[in-house]
Ligand binder design. Sequence first.
Ligand SMILES: Nc1ncnc2c1ncn2[C@@H]1O[C@H](COP(=O)(O)OP(=O)(O)O)[C@@H](O)[C@H]1O
Ligand SMILES: [Mg+2]
Length: 406
Amino acid sequence: MGKVKLKKEAKLKRIRQFLVLIFLLAFVTVIIRYLLLGKGERDKLGGNTEEVEEALQSSENRLPEVVDTHEDTSYDIYLPTNWHKHSGEIKKILREANVLEVEPMRDFLRRCKKQAVFSGSVFRVALEGGIKAVFKTTSDGNMVRDRMEETAYDLSAYTNFAYVPPTVHRTLECDFSGNGRAEKKSGFLSLFVDTEFDSLRYTKEQFCAILSKIDEEELLNYKVFNFVFGNWDVGPGNVLVARCDSGKETRYHLVAIDNEGIANLQRVRYGEAPFVRWLKCPGAGENIQDFPFDEVNRSGETSREMVARKYGQWPPKRQHNYALFDGAYWAQFADFIWGSESDVTDLLYPKRLTETAKEKLKSLTKESLLELIAQSAGITDFMKARVDGFIERRDMLLEHFGIDDL
Ligand SMILES: Nc1ncnc2c1ncn2[C@@H]1O[C@H](COP(=O)(O)OP(=O)(O)O)[C@@H](O)[C@H]1O
Ligand SMILES: [Mg+2]
């Protein structure tokens, strides 16, 4: 019996020694890791945004610039109806606030159990002051496209036709890939818009049911915005429906994202989906008159290969109509998510013009639009051609509704 007891005690002692050893090892590893890591890394390991924010606020001298996001606490920055009133202030925050955290949008959406079906390089960003934003960068560093998203916002604020999240073009230097190294990327920064809906999961009927929550005038004006400014890439993936509770009332607003399609040169016959200049051969011209609407073809594997050889790039995979015109490949392509052209035209053509839209449309001039665009994108031949398109489509719309007193 004594022998067995001794053996048992010896075994327990070994287990205790082993546990103490493990504990010591873990403790020493944590200490060594802490000493070896740089301060930046320690901040990163330090957890959530609130902690980082608190740390920043408690040491004012570490803030290079004071951006007081609480200047006016009487408005909710995320409420779309506040954006146009406080535009300058919100854009200043987006332009100047320090970035505290960056997370790939894909990871964020998956965490929220939402569909992450998009191709762009998009990040969810936490700014100082607790503001949530979205940073999108173009893979080819195409500055024009970055600026056009800000232009789209400025146009929305100027016309009041749609709610586009407040946006600025900006270069960020952040650890985008999570490998501890900061990279510089140019792109645009928009206010983050929260939505309870995951539209990409829905059938067309379900999506329309969500749209029916939107005030009719707001929806009509949103379509005017899309058509006049050539925002052809519309569909459930490029709108967010924001719920806004104020007191007893709940309202929903439609927020247009991914509006850089306005940068594409396009030709359209009223009521149809537009043709967008997709690919250019070297030496392609800038002619947009006499577009061959009646000489279009349907894309297929053979035509796609032919186009890829000639233009050095593949046209869209999904079947679409195309025209070859003045050295360029024009695609009547849109993300027909439910398989029909009406998926797009439903969001481009209003069935009537609201009084406010009528007045605003009549007041638009080439000069006023160029002046506005000069602030975000500068006045270039490229921009002048886009503004010509805006005015041309504005005229088409007014003509369609029999309004010609310009
Ligand atoms: N301002 C925003 N607020 C909230 N989510 C956004 C915002 N901008 C983009 N997103 C999210 O990122 C996704 C991809 O953005 P998007 O600009 O549509 O990229 P892509 O050009 O690849 O389609 C959207 O479907 C949406 O879920
Ligand atoms: Mg998109």
